[in-house]
Design a binder for this molecule. Structure first.
Ligand SMILES: Cc1cc2nc3c(=O)[nH]c(=O)nc-3n(C[C@H](O)[C@H](O)[C@H](O)COP(=O)(O)OP(=O)(O)OC[C@H]3O[C@@H](n4cnc5c(N)ncnc54)[C@H](O)[C@@H]3O)c2cc1C
Length: 468
C-alpha cells in the first residue's frame, strides 16, 4: 500500500527527521528477520518514548494503516515481517533502564534494551534475568516478551512468562494500560501480563516491562552423559527431572547430530554414541557434590556409555563446543534447513525421535535433532536442497507429517520460537475451534481494526486493514 498524504504529514509531526524513514533503501532492512522472509514497509519509525508510541498507534488506527512492532529482527518465524507493508515501529532507540530495585528484585526497562544489557546491568548486584536465548547479545527484551523466548535455563527458572511482573502497553485501539504488579504475588483481575507475553505484537505494543530478577548462584557445574540410543537417554531425562537437584540446563543431542559434529568436537565422543545429554547444576559450592551424585544416580541405566564431570573451565568449554558446533555445522550440511522447535512430554521423546527417523527414511531427507530436553523442547532440523526438483514440496509434506506426529504425542508446535508466519497455518490443528474463536474475540477487543501485526500468530478471521 502507499501511505495517504495527510497520514504522512501527521506522522512527520510525531517523528521528526532522523526518526522516520520512507526511502525504500532505508526501509528495506526493516522488512525482514531471521526467517529470511521479507516485505518492504512504507515507513519505519523509531519511537523513543511511550507518548510517541501512543500517538503513533492512534494515528495508524485512525487511518487503518498496518503497524508492526520490531525489536532487533532476530526472530526465526517471520513475526516482524510487515505482510501488508504500512509502518514498522523499531524499538531499538527505546532502551533505557527506568528503575532498578535490587531489594524488591525487579528492574523496569524499555522494550528496546537488549537481553545482554539487562544482564550486564544487574550482574554486579548479584542478579540475573533467567530468559537466555542464544541471541541474548542482539535481541531485545520486547522481542523476548512478545515471543516468550527462552533458552536452556528455562528448565529450572522458566520463560519470560514466569519472569515478568508487569507491563506498560498500548492496544491496537490506541488505549494505554498497565498490567501486573511490582510484587511476586498478586491476583487482582485477569492476568493480562501473561496474555500479552507471547502475543507476538498482535494485541498491543509493549513500551515498558517490569522484570523479575533471580539471585546469581554461587557456582555451576557441567556434566555429560552419553547413551547408546535415544530410549536410554529419554529414560534418564525423565528420572533426572524427577529428582530434587533440578538442573539449570538439560540439553539433548541425537545420534545424527553427534555424527555431524564429531569431526568438529574436541570433547571426544565415544563410538556407538546414539544420544548425548549436557547437564548443568547450579547453587552453593558446598551443595555441588550431593547434587552431582543425585544426577549421576538418575542418569545411570543400562544404556549409559559414559558419565563425566567437567573439572576445569577448558573441560566445560570442550563439552559445550559439541553443542555450539551444531548450528554452524548444519549450515554447511545442506543448502537449506527447516528448523522447528516442537515440544512433547519428556516420556514421549523416544516416540518423537523414532517417528522422525521413520519420516527421514520415507522422505529420504536427513533430520537432525537437538534441544532443551528437560522441557521436551526439541529443535528438529530438516535438511534439503531446494534446487533439486520436487525437494521443496517433499520437505513441506514431511514437515506436515511431523506436526501431526507431535500433536498425536500430546505435544505443541512451538516451545520458544513462536508462530509468526512460519507456523500460522498449522495453529488450528493444535487449538480447538472454541479456543481459536475466543482468541479472535480477544484480538478484536484489543485491536478492533486489525492494524497490529496483521496475519501473525493464527489465521486471521478477516481484516479491515488496507490491502497491499
Ligand atoms: C542466532 C539466534 C539464536 C536464537 N536463539 C534462540 C534461543 O535460544 N531461544 C529462543 O527462544 N529464541 C532464539 N532465537 C529467536 C528469538 O525469538 C529471538 O532471538 C528474540 O527473542 C527476538 O527478539 P528481537 O528483539 O529480535 O525481536 P524481533 O524478531 O524483532 O520481534 C519478535 C516479535 O516481537 C514483537 N515485538 C518486538 N518488540 C515489541 C514491542 N515492543 N511490543 C510488542 N511486540 C514487540 C514483534 O512484532 C515480533 O512479533 C534466536 C535467534 C537467532 C538469530
Amino acid at each position: 500500500m502507499s501511505l495517504p498524504g495527510p497520514f504522512l504529514t501527521r506522522l512527520r509531526e510525531i517523528f521528526p527527521a532522523g526518526s522516520l524513514f520512507t526511502d525504500p533503501a532505508d526501509c528495506w532492512v526493516y522488512g525482514y528477520d531471521n526467517s529470511k522472509r521479507q516485505v518492504l514497509p512504507d515507513a519505519v519509525v523509531f519511537p523513543t518514548a511511550h507518548e510517541q508510541a501512543l500517538a503513533l498507534v492512534r494515528l495508524c488506527n485512525e487511518y487503518r494503516v498496518p503497524l508492526t512492532a520490531r525489536g532487533r529482527g532476530t526472530g526465526t518465524t517471520g513475526a516482524t515481517v510487515p505482510l501488508r507493508a504500512g509502518v514498522v515501529a523499531s524499538f531499538e532507540r527505546m532502551h533505557r533502564v527506568l528503575e532498578f530495585s535490587p531489594d524488591n528484585r525487579y528492574i523496569v526497562v524499555e522494550p528496546g534494551i537488549t537481553n545482554q544489557a539487562v544482564q550486564d546491568h544487574i550482574k554486579p548486584h548479584g542478579f540475573f534475568w533467567p530468559p537466555d536465548p542464544t541471541s541474548a547479545a542482539f535481541c531485545s527484551v520486547g522481542g523476548n516478551l512478545a515471543y516468550n523466548s527462552a533458552g536452556p535455563r528455562a528448565v529450572k527458572y522458566g520463560t519470560p512468562r514466569e519472569n515478568a511482573l508487569g507491563l506498560r502497553a498500548i492496544t491496537g485501539a490506541g488505549e494505554e494500560l498497565r498490567t501486573g504488579v511490582y510484587t511476586t504475588k498478586g491476583v487482582v483481575g485477569y492476568d493480562l501480563t501473561r496474555l500479552l507475553i507471547g502475543s507476538e505484537g498482535t494485541l498491543a505494543l509493549i513500551t515498558e516491562a517490569t522484570l523479575k530478577l533471580t539471585p546469581l548462584p554461587e557456582t555451576k557445574r557441567t556434566l555429560r552423559a552419553v547413551y547408546v540410543d535415544v530410549n536410554a537417554a529419554a529414560r534418564a531425562i525423565a528420572r533426572i527431572m524427577a529428582q530434587p537437584a533440578v538442573p539449570c540446563a538439560l540439553e539433548f543431542i541425537d545420534g545424527n547430530a553427534i555424527n555431524l559434529v564429531r569431526r568438529y568436537s574436541t570433547a571426544g565422543l565415544p563410538e556407538g554414541a546414539g544420544a548425548l545429554l549436557m547437564i548443568e547444576v547450579d547453587g552453593f559450592a558446598a551443595a555441588m557434590p550431593p547434587q552431582i551424585e543425585s544426577i549421576r544416580a538418575a542418569a545411570e541405566n543400562e544404556g549409559l556409555l559414559e558419565f563425566s564431570v567437567a573439572e576445569t573451565a577448558e573441560a566445560v568449554e570442550a563439552l559445550w563446543q559439541t553443542r555450539k558446533a551444531l548450528s554452524p555445522t548444519l549450515r554447511k550440511a545442506a543448502p537449506k534447513k527447516i528448523n522447528e522447535d516442537v515440544v512433547v512430554p519428556v516420556t514421549e521423546l523416544p516416540a518423537l525421535i523414532a517417528g522422525l527417523d521413520e519420516l527421514s527414511k520415507r522422505y529420504e531427507l536427513p533430520i537432525v535433532n537437538f534441544g532443551h530436553a528437560g522441557n521436551g523442547n526439541i529443535h528438529v532440523n530438516l535438511l534439503y536442497d531446494p534446487n533439486k526438483p520436487g525437494e521443496d514440496d517433499k520437505a513441506h509434506a514431511c514437515l506436515d507429517e511431523m506436526f501431526s506426529l507431535v500433536l498425536a504425542l500430546r505435544g505443541t508446535l512451538s516451545g520458544e520460537h513462536g508462530v509468526g508466519l512460519a507456523k500460522r497455518d498449522y495453529v488450528d490443528r493444535e487449538l480447538d475451534a472454541n479456543a481459536l474463536s475466543l482468541m479472535h474475540a480477544i484480538k478484536r477487543q484489543f485491536d478492533p481494526n486489525g492494524i497490529l501485526n496483521w496475519g501473525k500468530g493464527f489465521p486471521e478471521e478477516n481484516s479491515r486493514v488496507h490491502s497491499a
